[in-house]
Ligand binder design. Sequence first.
Ligand SMILES: NC(=O)C1=CN([C@@H]2O[C@H](COP(=O)(O)OP(=O)(O)OC[C@H]3O[C@@H](n4cnc5c(N)ncnc54)[C@H](OP(=O)(O)O)[C@@H]3O)[C@@H](O)[C@H]2O)C=CC1
Ligand SMILES: CC(=O)C(=O)O
Ligand SMILES: [Mg+2]
Length: 754
Amino acid sequence: MAEQRQRFTDEEALRFHARGKPGKLEINPTKPMATQRDLSLAYSPGVAVPVRAIAENPDAAFDYTARGNMVAVISNGTAILGLGNLGALASKPVMEGKAVLFKRFADVDSIDLEVDTEDADEFINCVRYLGPSFGGINLEDIKAPECFIIEERLRELMNIPVFHDDQHGTAIICAAGLINALRLTGRAISETRMVMNGAGAAGIACLELIKAMGADPAKILLCDTKGVVYRGRTEGMNQWKSAHAVETAARTLEEALEGADVFLGLSAKGAVTQEMVASMAERPILFAMANPDPEITPEDVFEVRPDAIVATGRSDYPNQVNNVLGFPYIFRGALDVRATTINEAMKIAAARALAELAREDVPDEVALAYSGPRPKFGPGYIIPVPFDPRLIQKVPLAVARAAMDTGVARKPIVDMEAYEASLAARLDPTAASLQGIIAKVQRNPKRIVFAEGEEETVIRAAVSFRNAGLGTPVLVGREETVRAVMEQIGVDRPEEFEIHNARLSADNARYTDFLYERLRRRGHLYRDCQRLVNQDRNVFGALMVACGDADGMVTGVTRNTSVALEDVRKVMDPMRGRRLMGVTLAIARGRTVLVADTLVNEMPDSRTLSTIAIQAAEVARRLGFEPRVAFLSYSTFGHPSGERAEKMREAVQWLEDQGVDFEFDGEMSAEVALDADLMRKLYPFSRLTDSANVLIMPAIHSAAISTKLLQKLGGATLIGPLLIGLERPVQVARMGATVSDLVNLAALTAYDMS
Ligand SMILES: NC(=O)C1=CN([C@@H]2O[C@H](COP(=O)(O)OP(=O)(O)OC[C@H]3O[C@@H](n4cnc5c(N)ncnc54)[C@H](OP(=O)(O)O)[C@@H]3O)[C@@H](O)[C@H]2O)C=CC1
Ligand SMILES: CC(=O)C(=O)O
Ligand SMILES: [Mg+2]
């Protein structure tokens, strides 16, 4: 038998939990608590106002408290993973873990509560009165059959969703994986012979959902520690097992598995042997879902059955069938419509959404999070991976829609498109910043050249650009190479893509003439221009834009920014009266600031700095911000003095002379620029009415260094640098840009940020 693979030691796991503040979560305030005034608003006497409002109208609690986004993870520790009954206290690491996953994957606030009783009535009594505190209750790791009684009773008693994750969360993920595994092996669910090992919380709930989806009860055998649950069995039975008992001669798991198509394990480590697997039907499907160790390892299965499709509950094997793919998103959808319950329709909707997602092309973010080849729908990838950023958009949407369709939504969503965008924005700050721009581009789609059209990342970005309705991507490259990559990654409707091979292009002569006209007095012969057009994709792509055959261009993935920029500059000039420069958007802690110049002017003089400020303010307006520009320095309003600080002060004077229509001031330190209270307190004469959102840097090195520090230490998300000031829209990505980076840049190109 293969050894279980463990990529950490026990000591590492303990150290992980102990380091810093012990445990995995803490609570943070969402309102300022800095001043006397804050305190009197947040606490007495201000707090009395929402108290009275809620007493009058209970729904107001969703507006004035954290209730609407708060889920309790509650356990008594009687079935901790597959470790058994180790008690309420020992379950705390798992429950803290679930609470953290709620936050990490779906931005649901969550707290763990461990209830120290094995008595179902006591447990019910404890939980039933907690309703006012929470928007939902996630029951966890409570053993069967008590879990069935507890959940059923709490669902009757409480008017918020009560969801036993080990039952329904697991059932949903298992069903999603099964839909795809059956599809890959060409089986109809109604014809499939299945064996479920484990007749507890998870096993019984999975069986119920699978039957609701069309499985034939006569073709499913249920097993537990006593063997097959057959009709007439008396030992170790309860009413939930009896409901699934069938007429059969099989008495052991071994006998049950002979010729079976599917094994579903929700039992315990090592329950299945290689001999049992060998006796199953052709292309068997095995979901060994016991945690932390599966019923059988994938290595052991493949040794005897290389044709199998195998899933486990663990994250260190492919095909992780684990309820982490469900509970965060199911509650997200349920909370967002203030659902009174989570019903069958919502569960099936979640399972279908998950199954569909696994069949779609995988974005870079997901591919990068996993070592090995990019996941592609097939036996090694039947279910999305937990780090898939699309889960937050797809699953809650499906759940919320099903809640509305079945009449359990107290607050139905009116604008589903806006809801989908808000879901993406919960975890991806760029989504919120760019959503407005993306919507505008969708209404006015453009032709955008992707100059490095043979690159897989670029092709994927072009596909996303098209699929998102942002316009027509034009790929530059050798057609056969581009088509081969498209086929390899399984692009849908590849014939729709325009591919231009510079050398063979009908426009080649026209472009060469255009380039020669520009460069003949700059030391270029006609044949030099011909070579550039033929051989340099950036030049060819930029010519398409310059000659009006496309609206904009994105490049930069395969070459240094400065090299790509040099190529483009052969074809285009800065717009008359404007300077080339770069603006980077930094998004952190719910704030977006624009930083300039992050790309071109190495040591700008004061006049250039003032031009950079004017252009950066225009960019801010174009992005929907009212600019408040701060000229940054190590000094604030003259102290301490120094040469660069003086330059910044002079730049402010330049702007004063020009009478611009936006707020600006400086020089000032970043600390002052970004803290309106501090600015008011120490420099009440400052002309900025609030903290700055456009930061002009003294030189390119401070700009580049500070944005990278923001990204690496401050957790900021960066967009750009955006190239500003060219006569036509061209953006240069950084090398190693992801598909999302490129799509964002292409959208900004189409929006014309220049
Ligand atoms: N991958 C995932 O997302 C999830 C995995 N699980 C895993 O499923 C397993 C069961 O969890 P849960 O349903 O909550 O626990 P329960 O305690 O409610 O049920 C356990 C069931 O497994 C049966 N069982 C235990 N050992 C064996 C064995 N060797 N052979 C056959 N049956 C056995 C028990 O049989 P009997 O009734 O005779 O005692 C019981 O029916 C755990 O390993 C857990 O980690 C659970 C939830 C989610
Ligand atoms: C994943 C999970 O909830 C369990 O194994 O119990
Ligand atoms: Mg569990």
